[in-house]
Design a protein around this ligand. Structure first.
Ligand code: PXP
Length: 235
């Protein structure tokens, strides 16, 4: 299983003072050196952390795959098609949220998502849809022509070490299994940390985990390279 490191929070810290440090590209290069297979960045409509220039710089300088998280808007479609990252992960986006709160409703937005996937495929960009572990959403993702799904592990992470942990874990496992029978490849992420991540090894066929907050938080104490290496060790 591979690790994709989400470096949005490096940009959050940089933007806190409006300057140039810490440098998002430098962070990405350290993650790459430490063994991360992909660097994930979420270019939000309000540009609260990652800015357009960050994505351009990463594309120019990184060997690791760039996974661009984005909403299904016309603006983001144009940016993605111009920049051609290795992959795009389509996420729902609300202005007021602190982080991506739920999965994409592929069922309700099927036509738009289908059209977006077709456009991204025309530039050879691999597409993933960030969805809750719900069979109907998985089915809709396959019908829309997605290559991957990324299962939202937020509910599992919140339920970790509570009576709901097993039920939330089972939802992930079942959704991952079902997706693979439909020919989808499966990633997962959100809320994963050094304590709960090992359980992801019990889900067969997961390709990549996208992890941001816990790695960047740990990096404050042990440094980014060590934080990434420790996570890779666990997965
Ligand atoms: N995957 C997706 C689609 C996300 O939106 C996020 C958060 O930006 C992550 C993974 C990483 O979540 P976390 O920062 O909680 O590890």
């Amino acid at each position: 299983m591979n690790l994709g490191v989400n470096i949005d929070h490096v940009a959050t810290l940089r933007n806190a003072r409006g300057g140039i440090e810490p440098c998002a590209l430098e962070a990405a290069l350290i993650c790459e050196m430490a063994g991360a297979s992909a660097i994930t960045v979420h270019l939000r409509e309000d540009r609260r952390h990652i800015k357009d220039n960050d994505v351009i710089n990463l594309k120019k300088n990184l060997k690791a795959r760039i996974n661009l998280e984005m909403a299904a808007t016309d603006e983001m479609q144009k940016i993605a098609m111009d920049l051609a990252p290795y992959s795009c992960c389509i996420v729902p986006e609300k202005r007021q949220e602190l982080t991506t709160e739920g999965g994409l409703d592929v069922i309700q937005n099927k036509n738009r998502i289908k059209e977006l996937i077709k456009a991204l495929h025309s530039k050879n960009i691999i597409v993933s849809l960030f969805i809750d572990p719900d069979k109907e959403q998985v089915k809709a993702a396959a019908e829309a022509g997605s290559d991957y799904i990324e299962l939202h592990t937020g509910a599992f992470s919140n339920a970790f070490k509570t009576e709901n942990e097993q039920a939330e874990f089972n939802k992930l496992k079942e959704a991952a299994g079902y997706a693979q029978t439909l020919g989808l490849k499966v990633n997962a992420g959100h809320g994963l940390n050094y304590e709960n991540v090992s359980l992801m090894n019990k889900i067969e066929g997961l390709c990549e985990l996208n992890i941001g907050h816990s790695i960047i938080s740990r990096a404050v104490f042990v440094g980014l390279e060590t934080a990434v290496r420790e996570m890779i060790e666990l997965i």
